[in-house]
Every structure is written in structure tokens, then in C-alpha cells.
Design a protein around this ligand. Sequence first.
Ligand code: BES
Ligand code: ZN
Ligand code: ZN
Length: 509
Amino acid sequence: MEIKVEVGDISQHPARAIVVNLFEGTKRPGGATGAVNKALGGAISQLIKEGEIKGKFNELTLIHTLGRLPSARVLVAGLGKQQEFKLDKVRAITGTALRYLRRVGAKTVATVVHGAGVGGLDPQQCAQAIAEGTAMGLYRFTKHKKKNEDEREIDALTLVESDRTKAPALRRGVATGLVLAEAANRARDMANEPANCLTPTIMAEQAQAAAQDAGLECEVLEREQMQELGMGALLGVAQGSTQPPKMIVLRYRGDRRRKATLGLLGKGVTFDSGGISIKPSAGMQAMKGDMSGGAAVISAMWAIGKLKPTINVTAVIPATENMPSGSATKPGDVVRAMSGKTIEVVNTDAEGRLILADAIAYARQQGLSPILDVATLTGSMVIALGKAATGCMTNNQELCQKVIVAGETAGEKFWQFPLYEEYKEHLKSDVADIKNVGKREGGAISAALFLADFVGDTPWVHLDMAGTDSSDKDKGAWVKGATGIPTRTLVNLVLALAGERQTRVTVSS
Ligand code: BES
Ligand code: ZN
Ligand code: ZN
């Protein structure tokens, strides 16, 4: 869909629907909403007086203009309390309003830039949030369905701004927002894809295609290379499946003056049946999304390639199925990881930490630092945080704080858990250096401590997105199915880190 920025008076815009807004408790609408109200002969203020329009957040009121305005419809969107208004609400109200107008059948829509007027937010960021809310909120995964003639699309959205001086910033915001939203939607496409259509091989092919499109280098390690590197933990997970594992490596070099390279690691289990420690059949289909971390990393790399920040980033995605079979790893088996450590696999369903252990060792061998890993790692995290926030854990508080801030900008929440030594006891094995599962209690933390054991002293942040990888309903910029979390946070973080480095360079030279 096309998103344009125009300077003018929205009440005179000919789009099939125009969107204006109102803060909660506003008695007399001003600005663009005031102009539209006037053109409608005071219809909006009348509805406020009658109590139909309150301006509560997410409230939508459709008014048919019946020829009084060039546009056929006006949608009044409630922004909620002015003091509680923030960027993420711009994203959310945009998604909600545009899904509504799509259902109504409006093919062209014009909107005011929510937040940039009385809202007092930065216009460029508002425009970016509107672009993200639009492209993410209207996302649908229809690839495997026959075409439904009732399913309509919005063809074009125009942001209308009366202040000419704001237009360049708005255009920049829209451009960035569209890249970030496309990245998130690419991650969603991969995660929504059924496991028979997204095998490790296909995931690697998609990574290759994304790399080509964004000018990244792509290398895919095959089973033989994994054997040479001694990746016994990853190979142990893969050995139950007929699908060959792939270690996907994507490289972006935006800073040729330095060697320092950030590592982004993503769990790429294209289907997690649990293996011999098989999962209950009810709900198992959700485990096609167990590669969401890998999908977010691949898509973030695509956006990084498009946005070209001054920084080096390498992504490592171990991709495999976790299946039961005669050749599968059995509970109690001992595998040797690339780091040289032996692992007793007491539960084959705790496969994410096994494949990440080898990805971490590979990342460290490549000299990547700091390292971020992203994974749908534990059911324990779903119990702890539900679907509102992603858990984060770290050996480097400063870096973790930067992730949390990058998340706030993206409207993706992160909540930190501690990595206290006490939980580590749970991972002591009688027969190997470590075992892959400890106790049920504190399961998300002991899983992270397992990874920490392979990370050593490399600065590292672990993101457990087991709850936030999918949404069970349409809400704001989220739609039912894969969320694409934490793609935009990763991109924001990389842009922020690159910005810091650039400033340092300018200051020192
Ligand atoms: N992929 C799952 C974690 C998961 C659960 C993701 C629910 C999304 C929703 C992971 O591989 C797993 O099965 N973890 C086990 C670990 C347990 C055996 C220690 C779990 O959390 O149940
Ligand atoms: Zn599992
Ligand atoms: Zn898993």
C-alpha cells in the first residue's frame, strides 16, 4: 500500500474516508478536527454534547458526510487522556482505525498525524508510528486461502498536515516506518508459515533471498561443516528429523573502520514436537512458530541492510526440526557441544538452549561481541509474563537497558529477570559437565543460566519471547497470529548503537 504526505486542509481532502481525532474530555474540537466539525455543521460537537463521542482511547465514531465534504466519511478516533498519550498509542489507534475502515470498504483514506498537533509528540516519530500501525495493523496471512472477494484492501493512505515546515520530517518518518513494518511483517510471514512450508532448508533459502534484497552476505553451514566444527548439541537435536539442519549466517558490514561486530542470534526450530520427550498433541501446532526468534533476526538484518547504519552486525540462526524417531536423541544421552562441554540431555524438549549453545560458541569463535539471543525458549516465561512483555536476562546491565529503551521506542515491552547463582545448582549433572534441564520452578531463569554458561564473559542479553511471539487477537498494530516481535526493537537497538559510535567518531576526529 502507498503512504503519502500532503500539505493542506484535511476537511477538503477527497479520500473515501478521513480520520480526525479527539482527546478524552474535549468539549470543543480544535485544529483539523475543528475544521471538519465546522464543515459538518457542528456534527462532532453535537455528538460530544449527546455523549456519543467521549474521546476514550480506541473509540471510533463514523459519520457519513452526505455531500457536505469532498470525502464520504469522517472517522473520529478517540485518543484517550492527553497526559497518557504516547507514541505507541499513535501506532495502536492507526491500526485499529484502518482495520475498521478496511471493513467499511474505504479504498482511499486520509488521516491527520495523531500526536503531532496538541499531542505535542515529535512529528517524525508520529509519522513513523502511523506508517508502522498501518502496515502492521493491516497485515494478513492469506497465502494458503482461496481468494475471498469480500476481503477488501485500502489502496492508499495520505497523511495530511497543515504546517508545511513539518512535511520533510513526516516523509522521513513514513519511509523509516515502512521499512520497520515490512521487516516485522516478513518475520510474521515466516512464523505464520506451516512447518511443512518452512523447513530449515526453506528458511535458509528465504534468508538468502532477504540477504540479496538488502545487500547482506549470506553463508549457510551444512551438516558436514557442523560436524567439523563439533556442533554436537545442534546435531543432536537435528538427528531425529529427516530434514537437514542449517546454520544460517548473515553479515552486514556498515563500519569498515572497525572490526567490532554485534552478534544477533535467533532460535530457528521450524517445528518443535518435543522430540522423544514429546509434547501433548493439543496445541502442538503452535510449535510451527518456534523459529520466531530466528525470523525476527533475519528480518531485522534485512531492515539493517536497507537502512545502512554505521555498524557491523552478524546474525547466526541455527535452524532445525525437533522430531521423535528411531534416530532421535534419547533422554539421558550425552552430547558434546562446540565449546567442548558435554551436556546430558535429560529432556529432548529443551532443545532451544542446545542449538543456541552451539550458535553462541560459533558467534564467539567469529569474535562477535556483544551477543544478543532471541528465542521462544521456555513455557515458564509464558507463565511468568503472559503475552504483554518479553523476558530479558543479561550479564551486562548497560546493554540490557539499551534493549529495554529500544523496545519502548518500538512499543515492545521487555521485563528483566535475575540470573542469581542459586538457580544454577539445578543444572548440575551426574554424568556430564551440565544438564539441559533443572527444575520446573524458575525454569526460564535456569534456561538462561544454561546459555550464560556458554556465553562466558562476552557481554550478552537473552530475550525469551515464548509468550510474545504470537497474539490471540487483533489489537492495535498487532493482528491474530505471529507478532514479529522483537524485530523492530532489534533494528532500533542497532540504529542506537550505530548512532553512539558515530558520535564517538565525530568527537574524537
Ligand atoms: N519451544 C518451547 C518453549 C515454548 C513453549 C514456546 C510455549 C512457546 C510457547 C521449548 O523448546 C520447550 O519446549 N521448552 C520446555 C522446556 C522444559 C522441557 C524444561 C518448556 O518450557 O516446557
Ligand atoms: Zn522444546
Ligand atoms: Zn522449542
